[in-house]
Design a protein around this ligand. Sequence first.
Ligand SMILES: *Cc1c(COP(=O)(O)O)cnc(C)c1O
Length: 423
Amino acid sequence: MQFETTLAFARKLDRIDPLKNFRTLFHLPKVKGKTAIYFTGNSLGLQPKTTKNFISEELNDWAALGVEGHVHAKRPWLYYHKFTKKGLALLTGAKSTEVVAMNHLTVNLHLLMVSFYRPTKKRFKIITEAGAFSSDQYAFESQIKYHKLDPNKTLVEIKPREGEHTLRTEDILATIEKHKDELALIIFGGVQYYTGQFFDIKKITQAAHAAGAYVGFDLAHAIGNVKLNLHKDNVDFAVWCSYKYLNAGPGAIAGAFVHERFANDASLPRFAGWWGHHEKDRFQMKKGFIAMAGIDSWQLSNHPVLPAAALLASLEIFQQAGLKNLHAKSLLLTGYLKYLLSQIDAAEEKFAILTPSDKRARGCQLSIFMKQKGKKVFDALTKAGVIADWREPNVIRVAPVPLYNTFEDVFRFVEIFKNALIR
Ligand SMILES: *Cc1c(COP(=O)(O)O)cnc(C)c1O
């Protein structure tokens, strides 16, 4: 599409947007009485208006039924983890038996590393991207120490080449090849939280398996954002949180995927709890853990119904919108943002976009590396009602989300950005 730099053009794109009505399904924050330009759905997604109803239904059933709600609630609590499977499977490109909502992201990362990181004398290394999210770094380091290994000799972090900001797939594959004889696990972000780079999950997975290693992905910034095919791509395991693009609320229940190849693999060690025990005799409280098939066996505790209700509300919206529509709009919306930014500073003297320009290698987020006036521009954005994200030392992250952001949001953001930069 040939983009244009006028408000009229942005409004035209909004008028013909097949998803335009979805914005009305969300509560939009206000700044000084005016609807904000909310570009931080990558940090905390907005609240669907239906969330309150979903949670209220459970509160009402709890009030009316007490413990009987486990069986007699409209959505019986005993089986609540089953209700989000369809939506999660759709978003991750998985079978519903391969995904489950549970715990929090970092907890799930640890639980699955218990199963998939089993270093031996020969194979003990972990490969990851340099500058991974802090919580992931702490998880990797502590898992390595738990096995009495030295993180400095065990964790291989791949850095961008000199003068580059993102990783080349060829460099990732070369690093895997280089360490292949000592490699136990490759664990990567799906979309890198800082640069917005969407890694090539399929190629990384193939290379990992060719090297004889397991491979997992942290999809915190990928789920609800980019197209995922975890089952087909043969990924071993994945974890994610649900409060970013999934709009399930602050501290929402997270999720995990384990490929069906391991569904009945009793040789994989795991930490166990009663909710992972076979549901037929779970309440007989007998000695001897019998794993449910697949990811369900990694569940430890009974399901947190109130946060899961919020997740269910949100997943319903994704199913209504359709992933094809969402991905198509996302490409256009972020493409438009990139186009408008390129009109300001084509020579990249004042700022540069760190996120890959290849649209197959990014989701909706753009990370703007400010070469001058970074904090000043960010403060001006905040003052003008833009909610964006500042990362030290000088990056502004913006994520126009196809479910609730508009082309006009993008246009207005760039106007404010431009004025703050040239003033
Ligand atoms: C958001 C995010 C987290 C946060 O971890 P929680 O366990 O949900 O607090 C961890 N890792 C990555 C990559 C993230 O983007």
